[in-house]
Design a protein around this ligand. Structure first.
Ligand code: GAL
Ligand code: ZN
Length: 686
């Protein structure tokens, strides 16, 4: 075994040599050296090549690739190859195949067609992992184990009979009795009372809305089940290959919501993730940075590993635009700015055949004699130059709380508004802060909140008593806490907290909401600065407006009948059914304050609120007078050295008024850091 590359940011990607004749392998190594590649992930989908028949293994080709990598001084992140079962396995044991909510079998012929609860699949995959661990545990190229691949990507949820039985066992462990289950699920309604666990089913296709707690528990069950499989493999590796770090690649991407990564993260030796840009998303660069912050939060602030992203186009959207030249470097360094210490891609060489032949790669179809490969080589040089940054951590005084369980509950069936989306609010806040030059972490409510001076609680619909208490305690201890609409509404069973919304935060915020009035898509409501409230602070002044009654912007998505019980009203709704009700309020508590925002304000209005809050907290931007379209993030090493990443997210060159040593060019910027269109500078501060 060997250590993960140090002294430079590790750089590389998925290598699938079984797609190519051996003559190409040699050429690959030469090109990897040219590009500065220092690691590859091997074997992610190689099961049928490693075990072509049950119990008959063919490791020769992998031995040769491993030896080649050792010789070439390229570290191997060796996959356990269990992501996709071979045809012989699913043919012999068709029960392995997952089923949709309609009972339709998801057949082989693609990838990942296995049921998460299948004991046959678990046994077969563990047999393979055992072989791999025994064979390669001390191989000089082995630097990391990569368990499975993107758990849940295609096969969760599965609704088959095996899953139904496993779900019943899971519920029995969680609730003990059907009485407790009935209470948690609220089965007194719609004649759903269970008298035996045997009667319980996965939330398969039903005539109308499912029981929401059943759905929520099915999410929990699915995440736990896959985590169990992960642990099974990890235990084998720990026994047979001790000392080699273990990871599995998460998918911190918009749209992927199937696993509670907060439970998975502590079981990783290093948190790794995959991120792909979705062309149709508005604010794509903000999404990129937000997901970096999510991953950093999962890693507890430690450097993380960007296992996969793409040099250019993907092939799984309806239309797949290329990245502009320069975009490869821009995107990867945005991840590095957010705490990644490894830059990885899918995949090394673009395929000729198979389902991903139209996916970009480090070596494109055009070959090494291409503009993209030249950029790949430039990125390799940048990864080497940025070695001094490795190990440093991103500095942030703001936390945005993010909880997958709250997300599941908020996107449950039959809600006040299907459009009131948790990530939307979290990302809007993150982007607004980013545009001001303020870096925010995205962390779970159980994180150590004492590190933060501002804590944003965005649409945290479901919250436990414990987390609500931690948030209140943080305000008491001096933080400025912002809670947004539809937070603190239900408990861990998704039972509504009664007596007025937002139940869990009513006291902290000093507000009481009697009814919601979610807004239809496209509808807006005007917002006005409020007059002086209970305390003698003028509401208007707190959010940028001079006078009470002044127009402060518009809200969308949400409005509600909200009254202050113990807070200063800062904004009210100008019209609509909730006219005159409070849209923004603030309550001082201890040495901090709690703010409540009842709508999704337009960009300028949201920026005003966040400016007031960060100012009250004494939190300023990383770079003063940051030009529009540039993002600035600081990473700091344990010895005090620091670097500011300047990311130009626009198509125009921009100069930033900042001095430092530009690590990428070796030049000293004398108060004029010049960024090319889409360019990045990394300035070591003196
Ligand atoms: C990921 C996957 C890779 C590759 C990539 C394409 O989901 O892990 O194997 O399919 O997407 O974007
Ligand atoms: Zn199943």
């Amino acid at each position: 075994m060997r250590a993960w590359p140090t002294g430079r940011l590790a750089y590389g990607g998925d290598y699938n040599p079984e797609q190519w004749p051996r003559a190409i392998w040699r050429a690959d190594v030469d090109l990897m050296h040219r590009a500065g590649v220092s690691f590859v992930t091997l074997g992610v989908f190689s099961w049928s090549w490693l075990e072509p028949h049950k119990g008959e293994y063919e490791f020769g080709w992998l031995d040769d690739v491993m030896d080649l990598m050792a010789e070439a001084d390229i570290a191997v992140d060796l996959a356990t190859a269990t992501a996709s079962p071979p045809p012989w396995l699913t043919t012999a044991y068709p029960d392995i195949l997952p089923r949709t909510a309609d009972g339709v079998i998801m057949w082989p012929g693609s990838r990942q067609s296995w049921c998460p609860s299948s004991p046959i699949f678990a046994d077969a995959s563990r047999a393979l992992v055992t072989q791999l661990a025994q064979r390669y545990h001390s191989h000089p190229a082995l630097a990391m184990w990569h368990i499975s691949n993107e758990y849940a990507c295609h096969n969760l949820p599965c609704y088959c009979d095996t899953c139904a039985a496993a779900f019943r066992t899971w519920l029995q462990n969680r609730y003990g009795t059907t009485d407790a289950l009935n209470h948690a699920w609220g089965t007194a309604f719609w004649s759903q009372r269970y008298t035996d666990f045997e009667q319980v089913l996965p939330p398969r296709r039903t005539p109308t809305f499912h029981n929401p707690t059943q759905v929520l528990d099915y999410h929990r069950f699915g995440s736990d089940t896959l985590l169990g499989l992960y642990r099974g493999e990890r235990t084998i590796l720990a026994d047979l290959s001790p000392g080699v770090p273990v990871t599995t690649n998460f998918m911190t991407m918009t749209g992927f919501r199937l696993l509670d990564y907060n439970q998975w993260a502590p079981e990783q030796d290093v948190v790794s993730t995959d991120h792909y840009r979705v062309a149709a998303l508005p604010n794509a660069t903000a999404e990129l940075s937000f997901q970096g912050a999510v991953t950093r939060g999962l890693a507890g602030g430690a450097p993380w590993l960007l296992m996969e992203h793409s040099t250019s186009a993907v092939n799984w959207q309806p239309v797949n635009p290329a990245k502009p030249l320069g975009g490869t470097i821009h995107d990867s360094l945005t991840h590095v700015a957010n705490g990644a210490d490894t830059i990885g891609y899918f995949q090394w060489r673009a395929s000729r055949a198979g389902a991903e032949k139209w996916h970009s790669a480090l070596v494109p179809h055009a070959g090494a004699d291409s503009a993209r490969f030249a950029e790949v080589c430039r990125l390799g040089a940048a990864a080497a130059a940025l070695g001094e940054v490795a190990g440093s951590r991103v500095e942030a005084a703001v936390a945005i709380l993010y909880d997958f369980q709250a997300l599941w509950a908020a996107s449950g069936p039959a809600m006040p508004s299907a459009a009131a989306d948790y990530p939307e609010m979290a990302q809007a806040v993150h982007k607004s802060l980013r545009d001001m030059g303020i870096t925010a972490d995205v962390v779970h409510p159980s994180a150590d909140l004492s590190r933060y001076r501002v804590i944003v609680v965005p649409t945290l619909y479901l919250v436990t008593d414990e987390h609500a208490a931690a948030i209140a305690a943080a305000a008491e201890a001096g933080a400025q806490v912002l809670v947004t609409y539809f937070s603190g509404i239900s408990d861990e069973h998704d039972h509504i907290r009664l007596g007025g919304y937002p139940g869990a935060f009513r006291e902290l915020l000093g507000v009481r909401v009697e009814e919601f009035n979610p807004l239809l898509d496209g509808d807006e409501v005007g917002l006005l600065a409020a007059g002086p409230g209970r305390s003698n602070e003028a509401g208007a002044a707190a959010t940028g407006a001079d006078t009470a009654g002044a127009d402060v912007g518009t809200g969308r998505r949400w409005s509600e009948w909200c009254a202050v019980t113990d807070a200063a009203p800062l904004w009210t709704y100008a019209g609509g059914p909730c006219a005159g009700s409070v849209a923004l309020a603030r309550r001082h508590t201890g040495s901090g304050a709690a703010w409540y925002l009842g709508t999704l304000p337009d960009e300028a209005a949201l920026a005003n609120v966040l400016a007031s809050i960060t100012e009250a907290a004494g939190v300023g931007p990383v770079v003063a007078e940051l030009p529009v379209g540039v993002e600035a993030i600081r990473r700091r090493a344990a010895d005090g050295r620091s670097w500011v990443f300047l990311l130009n997210h626009t198509d125009d060159p921009i100069t930033v008024p900042l001095s430092g040593f530009d690590v990428l060019t070796g030049a000293v910027t004398d108060g004029h850091a010049a960024l090319t269109a889409g360019g990045v500078a990394v300035l070591r501060e003196e």
